[in-house]
Design a protein around this ligand. Structure first.
Ligand SMILES: [Fe+2]
Ligand SMILES: [Fe+2]
Length: 189
């Protein structure tokens, strides 16, 4: 692991562990870690720059984790945070912009299309992490949103469909079996 990656990983995990993180430490163990790992896998498959993908994966939700008021526009605030953090680590400015672009376009719902291979890896890895972490989505539906069994399952199924829809074909290939298995289970509720 490069020094920059090591430093950014420490900062990202520390933010997840902080009492001010409204999502709890689970966002590290059950989301960020998965986005990093799927991002790595996709960067190999697509021939993308693995360091750029991993830095962006570590920081893609960082703004909302640091301050929940930034959550609605966390993809935009995240680019400022990445510039500040990577600037302080003397990371090359052109590579920093490459990372920032991945963070900006990681949310399919915001209509900003990933423009580089690396940005495609991060957006897809984010969607794959949701599909691989159905229990976290169920917790959100039943505990945090207080939905009924049927409504919660329908909410999670809709979220999975949206996540799957935004994946690049290579990512769909990797996660397809798990996606269909999860939908099948949710549709019996
Ligand atoms: Fe996000
Ligand atoms: Fe995310």
């Amino acid at each position: 692991m490069t020094q920059t990656l090591e430093a950014v990983r420490a900062v990202a995990e520390r933010a997840c562990a902080a009492p001010t993180n409204a999502f709890g430490y689970g966002i590290w163990t059950h989301h960020i870690v998965f986005v990093v790992s799927f991002g790595r896998e996709l960067s190999l498959v697509l021939g993308a720059d693995a360091e750029i993908v991993e830095l962006a994966a570590l920081l893609h939700d960082y703004a909302g984790i640091k301050d929940v008021r930034l959550e609605p526009e966390h993809h935009r605030h995240g680019t400022d945070e990445a510039r500040r953090l990577l600037g302080a680590l003397n990371y090359p400015p052109e590579r920093t912009e490459w990372v920032a672009a991945c963070i900006l376009t990681h949310r399919a719902s915001r209509g900003l299309e990933p423009e580089t291979l690396e940005a495609r890896c991060v957006a897809s890895a984010d969607g794959m992490a949701h599909i691989a972490q159905v229990p976290s989505l169920l917790r959100l539906a039943y505990v945090e949103k207080g939905l009924s069994v049927g409504a919660g399952a329908a909410w999670v199924a809709a979220k999975l469909r949206r996540s799957y829809g935004k994946l690049c074909p290579e990512a769909k290939g990797i996660i397809e079996a798990r996606y269909h298995a999860a939908l099948e289970t949710l549709e019996t509720a």
